[in-house]
Structures are given as C-alpha cells and as structure tokens.
Design a protein. Structure first.
Length: 193
C-alpha cells in the first residue's frame, strides 16, 4: 500500500488558504509577507520532491498550480512524476500538456484504489477541500506541516469540522526555527478493524 502524505503551510489557527498570494483572500501571501524567510525551515519541501513518487491534487489547486509549476525550477522534480487530480468536473481537455502524465480521478474510492497500487509515496499539495475529505475517509497516512506563527481567522481550513471519532497522530519529526515556524511531521495511527 502506498503512503498518502498531506503537506501544508498552515497558520497556528488552521488556515491553509492562499499561502502563496492567490487572489481573493484577505490575507493572501501570508507565508512570505509576515514571517522572515529562513531557508532551513523549508528543507522538507525539497525532500518531498525527492521522496514522492506521485502527486495528488484537487481541481482548484490543479488549476492554480498547473499554469505555473511546470516552468518553475523550484518544482522541477514534480514535472516528471505522475499527477492525479480528483475532480468530478475536469475533462482531459482541461489538463495542461507541459506537466507530464496526469490522470483524473472521479472519487475517493479511486484514490483508495490508487493507494493499493505499487509505488512510492503520493504527496498532496494545497487542495484544502480534498484534504478534509481524504482525512475524513481515513486515507491520509502522514502530515508534513509547516506551522506559521500567525492567526488568520477566517479562511479555508486543513481539517474538517465533521463530528467524528478522535484520530490519533504520532509525532515522528519536529523542529522549531528562529522565525517562529514549526515543522511537525505526524504519522496517522490507523485503527485496525
């Protein structure tokens, strides 16, 4: 079974919306506007590209990343790996042609089936709605969180507000940086049936 890793920039109060400056959000660009940049705090982002074997995105994140990431040197490792987009509305004609192999998945059942295939870890970038659905379905195996020392209030959250049983996480890596960022890597402790 493949490991599904959710990676996110998240404010201390759980917001993941528009970290890179995407339009339409009051605090857009919060990851670089209000916190000093320290390269060592972002080491995990380089490691993710080297360790991941595939990328999973929701439609909104795909539509935001696909026009930009294929030509960015910082994301060159993602260009060659298979990408999967979970969407009920995208068609093959909506996919960009310069970002390598991309497959549209129509349901969480298809994501679960993908996890059963051979191969290395699958990384989920952005995709707030998809992350909440994957978490609620018990499909996420690990979280890579860079927690920013900010309270943003309103905004899309990484975790759902669904009334559900507690989900135990095991902290497997952590570090705090001089700029207040915290790296927290958690393995999800899956309940055995």
């Amino acid at each position: 079974m493949r490991t599904l890793i959710s990676t996110a920039f998240v404010s201390l109060d759980g917001v993941v919306e528009a970290p890179g400056g995407e339009p339409g959000y009051r605090n857009s660009g919060w990851t670089f506007k209000d916190v000093e940049f320290l390269p060592e705090a972002f080491e995990i982002k380089d490691r993710e590209q080297k360790e991941a074997a595939a990328m999973l995105l929701g439609r909104t994140s795909y539509e935001a990343f696909s026009p930009v990431w294929p030509d960015m040197e910082d994301f060159a490792g993602y260009k060659v790996m298979p990408k999967y987009v979970v969407s009920t509305s995208l068609t093959e004609d909506d996919l960009v042609s310069n970002w390598g192999e991309t497959t549209i998945l129509r349901s969480l059942d298809e994501v679960a089936a993908l996890k059963e295939t051979e191969g290395g870890p699958i990384i989920v970038h952005g995709s707030a709605s998809l992350n909440r659905a994957l978490s609620d379905a018990g499909l996420i195996d690990r979280y890579h969180l860079l927690v920013f020392p900010l309270l943003l209030g309103a905004g899309k959250r990484l975790f759902s507000a669904t009334d559900k049983d507690a989900q135990k996480l095991k902290l497997v890596e952590h570090e705090a940086y001089a700029n207040g960022l915290q790296k927290n890597v958690f393995d999800v402790v899956h309940r055995r049936a």
